[in-house]
Write a protein that binds this ligand. Structure first.
Ligand code: ZN
Length: 495
């Protein structure tokens, strides 16, 4: 058994050669969250990667000669995280919509400005978003790509996904046209045949569109295309003011509700509708409805996590796990208080949200035999959370709590996708951040010019509704030095 020392910080370039293709890699002495069915956690354990797959998980593993060794001591080794719904093209406008509601989002993207995005703008957003995902330990991402006005836009989206060493699924959509229109176009078929091969678990394909609830059910044609192509459909369901139970009922009555269908948000549905995906940070800010996990639990419905769009919030699943726990628990407390009761034991546990961020996502995508847990034979998508410079990495008492409530993007030390080390010692390998910076800059310049300064400013800073300030009924007693006595004042008087 031989090991090789890995480069110290400040020696760029060396990491890449140390992880040459085909060289086995072993994580040593970490706290390993297997996320297998029995929820096994292995202290002081190793994870061995050989080729594209996990070769062994256990303590004191014997490894082949020449294996690259990564010291995971003091850290957590877990499966790569899985985001089942991210509008990657919108990352080119990172943070622009921080103060939006869903209404402003619809106005900006659907009505006004989505149509000015060119293929190169889709490429720019996707490239940055894909790098951002991998950097945060999100090894599989569904690109819910509803800005594909032409097949050239779609090619640009896939070009970017192929440039970044992560696992992606393109969910093809186009908000500028009904899905029954774009899915019928011969060039759409040709694109699917040209860019996707079945059995490629690095680049998958889905169709992304919403069901409006129109009793004519015009979406039928698009569902039929999806069925013919063998593509799962992902749909925003149960979004307040946009999609509701009618859409779900139509899908069901017409036989298009299959186990592969993914329901994003699923917040405002009634009990007999069916839900799958939470995007909690999104729901809390944008107003699709209350994050639904507290309800889904009662129905035994599978949940995965997603971050939706970087035009509002961050593209990492740590925030999503944290937001989900917070929203679920605060709702549980609120409901109990309404019944004059006290919650003494939380239902939703940190372990559960870590499971949703890994195996939950794998199940939703039908990839649970491929990724989502650290088990020998599966594809090697592995994340090491470790940060020796951080005061927040120790003591490491509750590893699930550490992942859900303490860890952040900066603590992602190493990321492996399909057996390939794509980030090590907090530095990306094989992702061109400089290029992403350049193309995103060009897109931002172009959009600023298209919108003009007024629309640009208005878009970013929607009007603040007038807050109604209630009159203060309380009086305050103050010492009045002139009359040498206490006097009462109304705090709001004359203010
Ligand atoms: Zn969405």
């Amino acid at each position: 058994m031989s090991t090789a020392d890995l480069p110290a910080r400040g020696q760029p370039g060396r990491a890449e050669s140390d992880f040459a293709a085909g060289r086995p890699v072993v994580f040593r002495n970490g706290t390993v969250l297997t996320m297998n069915d029995s929820g096994q956690v292995l202290p002081d354990a190793d994870v061995l990667i050989s080729g594209e797959r996990l070769a062994a998980v256990g303590t004191g593993l014997a490894v082949p000669d020449g294996t690259a060794e990564i010291d995971a001591s003091g850290g957590i080794v877990m499966p790569g995280m899985i985001d089942t719904h991210r509008h990657m093209w919108q990352t080119a406008m990172r943070g622009y919509g921080a103060d939006w509601t869903l209404t402003q989002y619809f106005v900006w993207y659907y009505l006004n400005w989505g149509k000015v995005f060119r293929p190169q703008d889709i490429y720019a957003g996707n490239l940055l978003s894909a790098i951002e995902a991998v950097d945060a330990g999100v090894t599989t991402t569904v690109d819910w790509s509803h800005g594909l006005q032409t097949v050239e836009h779609a090619d640009a989206a896939v070009d970017a996904l192929e440039e970044v060493p992560g696992r992606f699924l393109l969910a093809y959509g186009n908000i500028q046209q009904g899905p029954w229109v774009w899915s019928a176009a011969p060039e759409f078929r040709a694109f699917v045949n040209r860019r996707f091969t079945s059995g490629n678990d690095m680049l998958g394909f889905q169709m992304a569109f919403d069901v409006t609830g129109d009793p004519e059910f015009p979406e039928r044609a698009a569902f039929e295309v999806a069925r013919e192509l063998g593509a799962p459909v992902t749909t925003h369901a149960g979004v307040w003011g946009a999609t509701n139970d009618d859409g779900i009922r139509l899908m069901h009555e017409n036989g298009f509700m299959t186990p592969a269908t993914i329901y994003v948000h699923a917040t405002t549905l009634t009990a007999d509708s069916y839900h799958r995906i939470a995007a909690t940070e999104s729901e809390q800010s944008a107003g699709q409805g209350y994050p639904p996990t507290w309800k889904l639990r009662e129905h035994g419905i599978g949940v995965s996590l997603s971050m939706d769009t970087s035009v509002w919030w961050s593209g990492d699943l740590f925030s999503a796990m944290r937001a989900t726990l917070g929203a679920d628990r605060s709702r549980e407390h609120l409901e109990a208080h309404g019944r004059q009761e006290t919650v003494t034991h939380c239902h939703l546990r940190a372990e559960q949200v870590v499971n949703w961020a890994t195996m939950g996502g794998a199940r939703a995508l039908g990839l649970d035999g491929v990724v989502g847990s650290l088990e020998p034979g599966k594809k090697a998508d592995v994340v090491l959370i470790k940060n020796d410079a951080s005061p927040v990495m120790f003591p490491l008492l509750n590893p699930f709590g550490q992942v859900a409530f303490q860890a952040q993007r900066a603590d992602v030390h190493t990321v492996v996708v399909n057996g390939r080390v794509v980030k090590h010692d907090h530095r990306l390998i094989g992702a061109n951040l400089g290029k992403a910076r350049q193309v995103v800059g060009q897109t931002v310049d172009y959009l600023m010019a298209e919108l003009g300064p007024d629309a640009w400013k208005e878009g970013m800073h929607p009007e603040v509704p007038q807050a109604k300030v209630l009159a203060n009924p309380y009086t305050y007693t103050e010492w009045d030095a002139g009359s040498a006595r206490w006097k009462s004042t109304r705090k709001d008087a004359g203010a």
